[in-house]
Design a protein around this ligand. Sequence first.
Ligand code: SAH
Ligand code: SF4
Length: 343
Amino acid sequence: MTEIKNLTMEELKTALSELGEKPFRAGQIFKWLHTPVQSFEEMSNLSKALRERLREHFVLTVPEMARKQVSAVDGTVKYLWRMQGGDCVESVLMHYEHGNTACVSTQVGCRMGCKFCASGQGGLKRHLSPGEILDEILFMQKDSGEKISNIVLMGTGEPLDNYQNVLKFLHLVSCSGGVNIGQRHISLSTSGIADKIEKLAKEKLQITLSVSLHAPDDETRSQIMPVNDAFPVERLMRACNTYFDTTGRRISYEYMMARDVTDRPWQAEKLAKLLRGRPSHVNLIPLNEVAESPLKPSSKETMRRFQQALEKRGVTATVRRKLGPDIDAACGQLRRREQGGNP
Ligand code: SAH
Ligand code: SF4
């Protein structure tokens, strides 16, 4: 059966007419689908007969909150959702001065195999559907009672490995009949699947593309990110150029600082050379230690020096603040502890 939250307004109209229902009901139903309703029964302005027909023909996905942790340090909230079928995914709600930001997962697990990442340790279990990604937003808003104004696709999963579903999600979440979060308030983070970046460029979205570069040289990058063997740095940068040329949107580069691996002075120099002349912004992120990896974070002093080396060469760079440190809410810490007996 079709998951009804995956449908756009147009698709919903078509589906209703195929059932012999009045297509104008689509507007009412669509509105309900973008609220955290738990059942068709709750759609009180629809006739009982219509609610019954919807129940017979569609699945309404409703995640169950399996765990919630609130940071005592900064109020960041980490949620663990149990999706229908039992798979668990995490999302994080962060509070910034400019509004609430939701960090959502796009897959159950991940197959990209980055050496430093806890999310990908168990491989990929399955893709999330567009409606399931939307559910993370809807149910975080419900639980917190707060409006989410920004979204980052930086939870578990590689968004461009789940291309069609993620694209549909971006459409659903930014459309005016739904939660209506503007694309300019959405960032998509990718490990660097170059051909998909070029495909995404053609969609001409207003979202911010964030590329997890983490090393400017192929030798280091291949050591920590297997995706670099398929799409080495130069190939990736070509795709980034295409993305900027097609969309006019400045690209954000994530650069993880790992002691003696990615934080050496020559790497700052090489990174600056790589980005020179490209409208870009670098986010320096301290590595979060994960039990399975020998990588260690760089010192504050090294990070500061790395940042200065970039700035001196005309590349803007900021050091990212770590939110929710006491609840492991940072990127790369999200994982399915509930499954597989992880710590
Ligand atoms: N798969 C996508 C998005 C999810 S990961 C991607 O890789 O970009 C979100 C971010 O967390 C990425 O920049 C990723 O490289 C980073 N990350 C993963 N593990 C990390 C760790 N242990 N420490 C710091 N950043 C990490
Ligand atoms: Fe997947 Fe991103 Fe983790 Fe790499 S860093 S394994 S792409 S979630």
